[in-house]
Design a protein around this ligand. Structure first.
Ligand code: PLP
Length: 364
């Protein structure tokens, strides 16, 4: 069995073949020749002004309502420095993006995980938590959530912004997968529903490449100025080379075609994943997203992810431990399946091996 080709359902990375290397190279050369002095010099810590103006125009905000950094995770770090005193309450969904949990813990936040379903957080659980201890902010991923693949319903989005007003907390909306909807219609962002309450984050990681290390936050100019001060104290100014090439690439109009290319590449991978689950694991409790990078599976009662991982390893199938996505424990039967970096045939074979592994762990 160990001769089987390895298949990795571990990290949520983009496919190498998605990187727009030719157009980025041309944009980088043009950017350096046209405004290389600005890109080679220190500049304001809010980020390269033309990129911020481009994003401001895209989101319908003012340039001082845009901060561009070196990846969106670093913005979570800066925001945590700004907002969290040790012991402060922060809400996340449960499960949520594990690296955010690590960041919040490093800032000694008291994290309360609000259980999430396929259509967003459990509102009863949220309201009862709010009555006891409202948070400084609620970190939330409404579109094609990492790790579950959940998509928040319109009604839940609306209620979230109402509750944020009522209990006076920030919603930190992290939306890197929003660009990647393979079918169906968008829901409004939390930011569109309540600009005064929401700090909206996104990233070029899933659109251009993680190597660009380029994320951004849209929202209150006051808050962004405070975050920019922390950014300045940390790195003086962000990576202007990366900001410049991304700006030039966007200015040249490559973004819409790149998004279409990504959808064409990834939609069949999502379909392969759903079809293989239906075929090999018809009883599985799986999310069925219309976009993003992830499907998640809740294993049958009594079957633990650790046992399935061990059975999968024998079949050269590598699975991630689900526990790290749950801030307050749980997740023993949770499995995240990132499908974008695998070809459809690998996905089919991977889920066939997964089904065998689940059967072995069940003692069948
Ligand atoms: C929800 C979420 N936020 C942030 C990030 C990190 O993005 P960046 O590469 O821009 O730091 C990821 C990456 O997987 C993610 O899934």
């Amino acid at each position: 069995m160990s001769e089987l080709t390895p298949i990795n359902f571990t990290r949520g990375v983009p496919a190498n073949e998605s990187f727009p290397i030719r157009d980025i190279t041309k944009a980088a050369v043009a950017a350096m020749l046209d405004y290389g002095d600005s890109l080679m010099q220190y500049g304001p810590s809010l980020g390269f002004a033309p990129l911020r103006e481009w994003l401001a125009n895209f989101y319908g905000v003012q340039p001082n309502e845009v901060l561009a950094s070196n990846g969106s995770l670093q913005i979570v770090e800066f925001l945590s420095t700004q907002l969290i005193e040790p012991g402060d309450v922060v809400y996340t969904e449960s499960p949520t993006y594990d690296r955010t949990i690590t960041t919040l813990r490093r800032h000694k936040a008291d994290i309360i995980g609000i259980p999430g379903g396929a259509d967003g957080p459990d509102l009863d659980a949220l309201e009862s938590a709010l009555k006891k201890r409202p948070p400084k902010f609620f970190y939330i991923i409404p579109d094609f959530q990492n790790p579950s693949g959940a998509m928040h319903s319109r009604a839940k989005r609306q209620r979230l912004v109402e509750l944020a007003d009522q209990y006076n907390f920030w919603l930190v909306e992290d939306a890197p997968y929003r660009w990647l909807r393979y079918r169906g219609a968008d829901e409004p962002t939390l930011f569109e529903l309540a600009r005064h309450r929401v700090l909206h984050m996104s990233s070029f990681t899933k659109i251009i490449a993680p190597g660009a290390r380029l994320g951004y936050m849209i929202g209150s100019a006051d808050m962004l100025a405070k975050v920019a001060k922390i950014a300045e104290d940390t790195y003086i100014s962000p990576n202007y080379l990366s900001h410049g090439l991304a700006y030039e690439w966007c200015r040249r109009g490559h973004l819409p075609a790149q998004i279409e290319m990504l959808k064409k590449l990834y939609a069949p991978r999502l379909d392969a994943c759903l079809a293989a689950i239906d075929h090999y694991m018809p009883d599985a409790q799986a999310t069925r997203p219309d976009g993003g990078f992830f499907i998640s599976v809740t294993l049958p009662e009594g079957v633990m992810t650790t046992a399935v991982r061990a059975a999968a390893a024998k079949r050269n199938l590598n699975l991630a431990d689900g526990l790290a996505f749950f801030p307050n424990g749980g997740g023993e039967r949770f499995l995240r399946l990132p499908f974008c970096a695998l070809a459809p045939a690998q996905i089919d074979e991977g889920i066939r091996r997964l089904a065998d592994s689940v059967n072995e762990a069940r003692g069948k």
